[in-house]
Design a protein around this ligand. Structure first.
Ligand SMILES: Cc1cc2nc3c(=O)[nH]c(=O)nc-3n(C[C@H](O)[C@H](O)[C@H](O)COP(=O)(O)OP(=O)(O)OC[C@H]3O[C@@H](n4cnc5c(N)ncnc54)[C@H](O)[C@@H]3O)c2cc1C
Ligand SMILES: *[C@@H]1O[C@H](CO)[C@@H](O)[C@H](O)[C@H]1NC(C)=O
Ligand SMILES: *[C@@H]1O[C@H](CO)[C@@H](O)[C@H](O)[C@H]1NC(C)=O
Ligand SMILES: *[C@@H]1O[C@H](CO)[C@@H](O)[C@H](O)[C@H]1NC(C)=O
Length: 480
C-alpha cells in the first residue's frame, strides 16, 4: 500500500518537474518573440547620460538603486543581464526549481582536490540568479544579522568601529524581529510571497530609475586608468555604451563583479598580461574567495515523517493554501531550524545567551532528505555522481531522513576567481579551494560530533532519531 502510494506520488512529481521545465522553456521563447521590452531605445541611444549606472539588479544592486534614487534629480540606470520574473517565480519553494535553468548562471567550480568527492568530477555547482532579484530569487530567503564581530574587518581602523551606530540601525530599518541561538529562521517573505530588494525597487515605479533587463555588461569604461565614466554592454547581440557622471557601481555578484573588473583591465597584472588584456590598475581582484561549505546530507534517520514531504507539496490543498491564504508548504524556505554555535564551547554554554562569542558554525535543519524525490531532480542540481547515489543515497529510499547541515561560518581556506580567456562569454575559473586549510576540516568534524549529541536529546529521540550508519563510498574511488 505504502509503496504504491509512493510510486504514484513520485510519478506525479516526475511529470510536474518536467512540465515546469517546459514552462521555463516557454518563457524563454515567448520573451524572444516579443523582442524584449521596447521602451529601451532612448536609454540605449549613445547620448543619454546618467548620474549613476548600477550593474546587476540583485540583492545589493536593487537596494542601492532605490536609495540613490530617493533624490528625484538623480538619474539611475540599472543594467541587468537576466529577465524579469513573474508571480509563479515568486512562490518561495519554486526558487529551488530555478537552478540549472535560464534564470541561473549555472557556474561550476574547477575540480576540487580535497573536497566534493561525492560530486561528478569533484566539481561543485554554484547556482546564482540571472534574473531581476539575482540570487535572492533562488535562495533560502533566510534573514540573519550576523555577529557584531563580523563587520569589524570592514573598517580600516578597527577602533573606529562601533556596532551600535555603524551597523545596527541598518538592520533595524529592515526588520520586525531579531534572532539568536537556536530557533526558527526569520525569512524574507511577505504575505506568503518571496520578498526581495528588487520587489521593492520594481514596485516603486519611479521616473528617475531606469531598470533595463537583458543587458549584459562587458566592461567598465575608464579614463586615465582610474576614473570610471561608463560601461559597455550588449543587448540583443548589439553593443551599446552608457555614461555616468557620478559613478559606476558594480553589484554583479561574487563572480560577475570580478569578471567585469578583470575584463576592464582591473586586476592582478600578471594574470591580465597572460590574457593580453591591457592592465589599467594592478589590484588583487578575484582573490580571497570564501564559501561556507557544509557536509552531512541525509545523515539523520527518523522513524516517522515530519514537516513537509513531496506528497504534501504536491497536494491540491497546498495549492489552495498558497493562493488563498499565503500559507502552507509552498511558502517553505527549506530550513526549519537554524542555530549558531561556537564549537569551542559546549552546547549547554550556548544557552547562557553568551552573545559575546562569535559563532564559527551554523546548523541548518532541512526537514527533507535529498533521497525524498528518489534521485529524480534534487541530486542533479548538486551534481551528485551516480556512484555516490547508488552506493549511499539509494539505500535510504524507503527511509525518512533529515539533514542537520553543519555550515562553516568563517572558512580559513581561500580561493580565487580568474578569467579563462578574454572572451566575455566564457565561464570564469572558480576555485574555492575547499578544505585546503585543516582548520576548516576540524570545525566541520566538531559539527558532526555535535549532531551526534543532538540526536540523543529527548526531543530527537521521540522522533526515533539515529545516525545513518551507511558507510560513505570511499573517496579513493572518485579520484580521477
Ligand atoms: C542556493 C542559495 C541559497 C542561499 N540562501 C540564502 C539565505 O537563505 N539567506 C541569505 O542571506 N543568503 C542566502 N544565499 C546567498 C545570497 O542569496 C547572496 O549572497 C546574495 O543574493 C548576493 O547578492 P548580490 O547582490 O551580491 O548578487 P546577486 O543577487 O547574485 O546579483 C547579481 C546580479 O547581477 C547580474 N549580473 C551579473 N553579471 C552581469 C553582467 N555582466 N551584466 C549585467 N548584469 C549582471 C545577475 O544577473 C544578478 O541579477 C543563498 C545563495 C544560494 C546560491
Ligand atoms: C597574446 O599575444 C601574443 C602576441 O601577440 C600571442 O602570441 C599570444 O598567443 C596571445 N595570448 C593569448 C592568450 O591570446
Ligand atoms: C529501494 O532500494 C532497494 C534496494 O536498492 C530496492 O530493492 C527497492 O525496490 C527500492 N525501493 C524503491 C521504492 O525504490
Ligand atoms: C519512533 O520511536 C519512538 C522512540 O523510540 C517511539 O516512541 C515511537 O512510537 C516511534 N514511532 C514510530 C512511528 O514508529
Amino acid at each position: 500500500m505504502y509503496l504504491n502510494r509512493r510510486f504514484v506520488v513520485i510519478s506525479v512529481y516526475f511529470i510536474l518537474i518536467n512540465l515546469f521545465g517546459l514552462f521555463i522553456k516557454y518563457l524563454e521563447y515567448a520573451d524572444y518573440f516579443l523582442c524584449y521590452d521596447d521602451e529601451c531605445r532612448e536609454v540605449d541611444s549613445p547620448d543619454t547620460e546618467f548620474d549613476y549606472i548600477i550593474v546587476g539588479c540583485g540583492s545589493a544592486g536593487a537596494i542601492l538603486a532605490k536609495r540613490l534614487a530617493e533624490d528625484k534629480y538623480i538619474k539611475v540606470l540599472v543594467l541587468e543581464a537576466g529577465k524579469h520574473g513573474n508571480s509563479l517565480l515568486n512562490i518561495p519553494s519554486v526558487g529551488l526549481l530555478l537552478q540549472e535553468t535560464l534564470y541561473d548562471w549555472q557556474y561550476v567550480t574547477v575540480q576540487q582536490s580535497r573536497s566534493c568527492f561525492a560530486l561528478n568530477n569533484k566539481v561543485s555547482h554554484w547556482p546564482m540568479g540571472k534574473i531581476v532579484g539575482g540570487t535572492s530569487m533562488l535562495n533560502n530567503m533566510i534573514y540573519v544579522r550576523g555577529h557584531p564581530e563580523d563587520f569589524k574587518e570592514w573598517f580600516r581602523a578597527k577602533e573606529d568601529y562601533n556596532y551600535i551606530t555603524d551597523v545596527l540601525p541598518y538592520f533595524e530599518k529592515l526588520e520586525n524581529h531579531n534572532f539568536r541561538g537556536f530557533g526558527m529562521p526569520k525569512v524574507n517573505i511577505h504575505k506568503g510571497i518571496r520578498s526581495t530588494t528588487s520587489h521593492h525597487l520594481v514596485n516603486l515605479n519611479k521616473q528617475n530609475i531606469f531598470l533595463r533587463t537583458n543587458r549584459f555588461v562587458e566592461k567598465v569604461l575608464i579614463h586615465h586608468n582610474f576614473e570610471a565614466y561608463g560601461v559597455k554592454y550588449s543587448y540583443l547581440d548589439k553593443s551599446y555604451f552608457a555614461k555616468a557622471s557620478r559613478g559606476v557601481i558594480l553589484s554583479a555578484g561574487v563572480i560577475g563583479t570580478p569578471k567585469i573588473m578583470l575584463l576592464s583591465g582591473i586586476g592582478p597584472k600578471d594574470h591580465l598580461d597572460e590574457l593580453n588584456i591591457s592592465s589599467k590598475l594592478n589590484l588583487p581582484v578575484g582573490e580571497n574567495l570564501q564559501d561556507h561549505i557544509t557536509t552531512g546530507l541525509d545523515l539523520v534517520i527518523l522513524n516517522q515523517t515530519i514537516g513537509i514531504g513531496i506528497e504534501k507539496m504536491l497536494s491540491p490543498y497546498s495549492l489552495f493554501e498558497y493562493f488563498w491564504k499565503g500559507t502552507g508548504p509552498w511558502t517553505t524556505c527549506g530550513c526549519e531550524v537554524l542555530a549558531f554555535i561556537n564549537t569551542k564551547m559546549t552546547i549547554l554554554n550556548q544557552n547562557n545567551n553568551n552573545n559575546n562569542v562569535r559563532p564559527d558554525l551554523q546548523f541548518m535543519v532541512m526537514p527533507l532528505g535529498i533521497n525524498e524525490d528518489n534521485g529524480i531532480h534534487l541530486r542533479h542540481l548538486m551534481g551528485i555522481s551516480d556512484y555516490t547515489w547508488n552506493n549511499y543515497f539509494a539505500f535510504l529510499n524507503e527511509t525518512t531522513t533529515i539533514s542537520i547541515l553543519p555550515i562553516l561560518l568563517h572558512p580559513k581556506s581561500r580561493g580565487v576567481v580568474r578569467l579563462r580567456d578574454a572572451n566575455i562569454k566564457s565561464m570564469p575559473i572558480i576555485d574555492p579551494k575547499y578544505l585546503s586549510d585543516q582548520n576548516d576540516v576540524a570545525v566541520l568534524l566538531k559539527g558532526i560530533n555535535l549532531i551526534k549529541k543532538l540526536i540523543q536529546t529527548n526531543s530527537m529521540q521521540k522522533l526515533g532519531a539515529k545516525l545513518n550508519r551507511h558507510v560513505f563510498p570511499r573517496m579513493r574511488t572518485f579520484q580521477i
